[in-house]
Design a protein around this ligand. Structure first.
Ligand SMILES: [Fe+2]
Length: 218
């Protein structure tokens, strides 16, 4: 085959680089454990207002037949934002919830918006969920490793040096790009989950605003 683009090469491995949500449905393929939907970061004023507030986290469950407006109403109730673009931010979360619900095949999803102020997940690990959507609205995105850079026997020991192969390169999801990670509980996916970690948070300047959605096991 003649020269391929980098994106084509990428899509041949365990990673899907998606142009749209339809492409992301292929995350269910057993050979894939990460789908990336790149999108240019938006500068909502609401995001800095949240980061500067006392807010810690808000969680809710969303399922088929539920009104997505309830997500916006809960965010509005908890966050009490003054920024004029708050509604546009809520609409983004509502839209992602509806799309992720389709990717999970209609499984209920747990939604959590969280301010990350500590280094609590800095060891490379796998998640014990079927599938997780992550997007970092503000701050550094999630770090991950290509499967060929991982020594899975080293997982669970809180030692990055045991998990990373000697020449491993740490990859990073850009801010606001959507990442769908397969976890260990994906049917038939045991031993094949994406290895990842949270970037380091050393000071207030490194704080992140993270949206996480988990497919809930039935
Ligand atoms: Fe994780």
């Amino acid at each position: 085959m003649l020269a391929q683009t980098k994106a084509d090469e990428f899509a041949l491995g365990h990673v899907l680089v998606c142009r749209n949500w339809g492409d992301a449905l292929a995350i269910r393929d057993p050979s894939k454990n990460l789908a990336l939907l790149p999108r240019p970061p938006k500068r909502w004023f609401a995001l800095t207002e949240i980061l500067d507030s006392e807010f810690r986290s808000v969680s809710m469950v969303f399922g088929e037949g539920d009104d997505p407006l309830l997500i916006g109403a809960e965010l509005d109730h908890v966050l009490q934002l003054r920024s004029e673009d708050a509604l546009s931010f809520f609409e983004d979360v509502m839209g992602l919830s509806q799309e992720f619900l389709k990717v999970t095949g209609g499984q209920n999803i747990g939604i959590k918006l969280e301010k990350i102020s500590t280094d609590n997940c800095s060891a490379f690990h796998v998640d014990y969920v079927p599938m997780r959507l992550i997007t970092t609205y503000l701050g550094q995105g999630t770090e991950w490793l290509h499967d060929e850079d991982v020594n899975r026997a080293g997982l669970g020991k809180q030692r990055n040096d045991l998990v990373m192969q000697p020449l491993a390169e740490i990859q990073r999801v850009p801010a606001q790009t959507i990442a769908i990670l397969k976890g260990e509980r994906f049917p038939g996916g045991s031993g094949r989950a994406l290895v990842h970690r949270s970037p380091s948070v050393k000071s207030k300047r490194d704080e992140r605003l993270l949206l996480r959605m988990d497919a809930i096991e039935e």
